[in-house]
Design a protein around this ligand. Structure first.
Ligand code: ZN
Length: 293
């Protein structure tokens, strides 16, 4: 990427999941000017992997991630094994789609457990076991730290620093298909340690950059994400931090919103492209290779 270039935009299919199937999303995102797509596995399953691969290949879109693997925490050994098998299928799908990464949402407290340290240990075990299989398939694993409000039921990995420490313990010397992180502004914008965590990270760990906005008030913690500009996140500031790391991927809009799922999807995609321009300009000003040595 040269200095003046504005990177394209990837769109996570959750953003239009009520309006479009995966093949429709691929065709329409490309037609409307997006450069990438990040499909969810239930949408891949709905049309079948072969159809998904064909539709995305025909669209010419880059695949910035597959959502999602993870959910490593379980109440017993059988559950832990089942999660591993499911993750192996997710790796296969990410491989077939040529995805930049498989996003990992790691799981919360299993059953009625109150043992969050135990849950976090289970996550570390699960990732350590999965990594060699991902590496063999040429798939990068991206741990996505989730906002702490999801610690109990979705993901006990809640800050970027925590995710990076996990990466460092499991995969101390990242190679071509490393273990890294998906940085989603919705989950990390509030973190007083965000800037220092990004500044201190090995650039090879930064596998995905998800954008949306934090509405005030947030009416629902799951399905009230905002379109860029409708909330309080300083998106361009975070984009500048990401650019300074030499991030060369496409930013990815990922919005779960009951409100936006009722909108005309063409208008929504056009707004995503328009409202991401500031972020994309900030990313385009990054100096390629900075910090990459
Ligand atoms: Zn995300």
């Amino acid at each position: 990427m040269t200095r003046e270039q504005i990177p394209g935009l990837s769109i996570n299919t959750a953003t239009t999941r009520r309006q479009w199937t995966l093949p429709q999303a691929a065709e329409n995102y490309a037609r409307l000017g997006a450069a990438g797509i990040a499909p969810w596995r239930d949408q891949i399953a709905a049309c079948g992997l072969a159809h998904a691969v064909r539709a995305i290949r025909d669209s010419g879109l880059a695949v910035t991630g597959v959502c999602r693997g993870g959910m490593f925490t379980a109440t017993d050994k059988a559950g832990f094994e089942a999660s591993h098998e499911e993750n192996r299928r997710a790796i296969e799908e990410a491989h077939e789609l040529g995805a930049a990464c498989l996003v990992l949402v790691c799981g919360g407290l299993p059953g009625s457990s109150r043992d969050i340290d135990g849950a976090r240990a289970m996550v570390a075990d699960g990732i350590a076991r999965l990594l060699p299989e991902a590496t063999a398939a040429g798939v990068s694993l991206a741990i996505e730290p989730l906002h702490p409000m999801y610690a109990a039921d979705r993901n006990c990995i809640n800050t970027l620093d925590q995710a990076l420490q996990l990466c460092g313990r499991i995969d101390p010397a990242p190679g071509a298909h490393a273990l890294g992180v998906a940085l989603d502004v919705y989950h990390v914008w509030w973190d007083p340690g965000l800037r220092s965590s990004i500044e201190g990270m090995d650039p090879r760990r930064l596998l995905a950059f998800h954008i949306c906005d934090w509405r005030v008030p947030t009416r629902d913690v799951l399905v009230d994400r905002g379109l860029m500009g409708d909330g309080v996140i300083d998106l361009e500031d975070i984009a500048r931090m990401v650019a300074a790391k030499g991030f060369a991927g496409l930013p990815e809009v990922e919005i779960f919103s009951d409100e936006l799922w009722n909108r005309d999807p063409e208008d929504l995609v056009k707004q995503c492209l328009d409202r991401s321009l500031g972020v994309r300009r900030a990313l385009g000003k990054g100096e390629p290779g900075k910090g990459m040595q």
